[in-house]
Design a protein around this ligand. Structure first.
Ligand code: F0G
Length: 447
């Protein structure tokens, strides 16, 4: 299969191109974000998306088993021998009629994409399998990332699976225990900085440049190629129908960036006939995207983004020593690195952004636990977003919706236990305290 991938700067005034074998992560000419592009005219593609389903029959072959590499023609940037896989992407799309009913949606129209079922327990594995394959292609020996927790868990797991040295940067007190436990357990060097995610993100970029370490944050455009497959699996589960809406939490904005790219490519290639609308949900305590889009009218504008709006907001953050705060620690980010690409996705998908308070996110999380397979707080922002968008009439009950549940319920047990035991919300379900006495236990169960 001819490999036609190359890297290209997204800035229309620059547009510099680089070989796929370079590990650069930002345009060396202008500092803007890089995209992976393909010469599709030379690509060997299936005639229709359904053709990918044939690979289910070859599940004993590692690349056909992977829920990412099963779609390899759509992210064809390296030879098979470099492709790293630990069995990622075996995730499911659950039709959840209980939640549909709770939210006033029609039966059959609410779907939850459980990315917490990945090997490291979050959607990150979709991106890591791709980025580590690129790391293998360029011969990287050590890697690093900054993280609110899930990236560090996924990086640590893939790194030890391919024998790479790994350093993860986390903000002190800013990471859920499930995630911290993974980084330590998988053998990563864990650097805890007295700062937040945005501080870690800055440090890791400087460290990677100085020490020539391979960077695995979503600045890495190869990661985003892997994350496109979450969308392929959603439409595969819907029997190759495109839903009306995709709803996703927004943090560093890698997912939203890659989803728009995925749909644009499929539409341009004639493999789908419509593009779903995209709703991105910020937590109100980390609402940079929502503020810039809704209050400052920031747009993609064919790549000519009004950067002075962004710079002035960030200068304000610095002046006020602002640090974001939300119980959804995974999306506690105030300077999202993929902001511009996300604006592009909003344009491609006729998208929108809202931000929601922690209380709504926590109640939605409890609902996903009660009626579904559960998820971590940030993931529940998607269902909380659906509730809001149904209430305000943006989404109507007859539309088909897929909410991406980005991380596993056990990532952040503290938030769950507090919600229930401290009776923080409408679905709190605390344990009942009883004496060690059979009659009293029976009385309570029968009551
Ligand atoms: N949901 C979960 C569970 C996450 O861990 C993240 C990001 C997001 C949503 C936001 O996704 O960045 O693509 O908009 N976590 C990163 C990390 C930042 O370091 O683990 P995004």
């Amino acid at each position: 299969m001819a490999i036609t991938a190359y890297q290209k700067c997204i800035n229309p005034d620059c547009g510099a191109e680089f070989d796929r074998t370079e590990a650069i992560f930002k345009c060396p000419k202008c500092g803007d974000l890089l995209d992976i592009q393909y010469d599709w005219s030379r690509a060997e593609l299936p005639a229709k998306m359904e053709d990918f389903s044939k690979r289910w029959a070859n599940r004993n072959q590692r690349l056909d088993f992977s829920g990412v590499w099963r779609f390899r023609e759509l992210l064809n940037f390296c030879e098979d021998e470099h492709k790293v896989s630990i069995g990622e992407g075996q995730t499911i799309l659950q039709q959840n009629d209980f939640i549909a009913k709770e939210l006033g949606m029609d039966k059959g129209n609410v779907h939850l994409q459980y990315e917490g079922l990945n090997p490291s327990g979050s959607f990150k594995d979709n991106g890591m399998t791709a980025a580590f394959s690129h790391a293998s292609l360029v011969g990287a020996k050590s890697c690093a990332c900054a993280s609110t927790g899930n990236t560090s868990a996924a990086v640590s797991l893939y790194a030890h699976s391919c024998g790479m040295k790994c350093t993860v940067f986390i903000g002190q007190g800013r990471i859920a225990f499930g995630k911290l436990s993974q980084a330590m357990d998988y053998g990563a060097q864990t650097i805890q900085i007295a700062g937040d995610f945005d501080d870690c993100m800055k440090q890791v970029q400087d460290v990677c440049t100085k020490l020539n370490i391979y960077l695995l944050n979503s600045l890495n455009p190869f990661r985003l190629e892997g994350q496109k497959t979450i969308m392929y699996r959603i439409i595969e589960s819907l029997n190759w129908q495109v839903p009306d809406w995709i709803i996703v939490p927004g943090g560093n904005l890698g997912n939203s960036s890659s989803f728009g790219k995925a749909f644009k490519e499929l539409k341009d290639l004639g493999l789908i006939d419509k593009i779903p609308r995209l709703a991105i949900i910020n937590a109100s305590g980390a609402d940079t995207l929502s503020y810039l889009v809704n209050e400052r009218d920031l747009k993609w504008n064919s790549g000519w983004v009004e950067t002075k709006e962004i710079n002035s907001l960030y200068a304000d953050f610095t002046a006020k020593k602002f640090s974001p705060h939300t119980i959804a620690s995974a999306i506690e980010i105030s300077r999202p690195v993929n902001l511009k690409k996300c604006l592009r996705s909003i344009e491609i998908c006729d998208g929108l952004v809202i931000d929601l308070p922690d209380e709504e996110i926590k109640d939605a999380k409890a609902m996903i636990g009660k009626y579904g397979l559960g998820c971590e707080p940030a993931s529940a922002a998607s269902v909380a977003g659906l509730r809001r968008l149904v209430q305000d009439g943006t989404i109507n009950p007859g539309e088909k919706v897929a909410c991406v549940l980005t991380g596993h319920a056990l990532k952040d047990p503290d938030i769950t236990v507090n919600y229930h035991t401290k009776r923080e919300g409408v679905l709190s379900n605390p344990p009942v305290e009883v004496p060690n006495d059979l009659d009293k236990i029976i009385d309570i169960i029968k009551a």
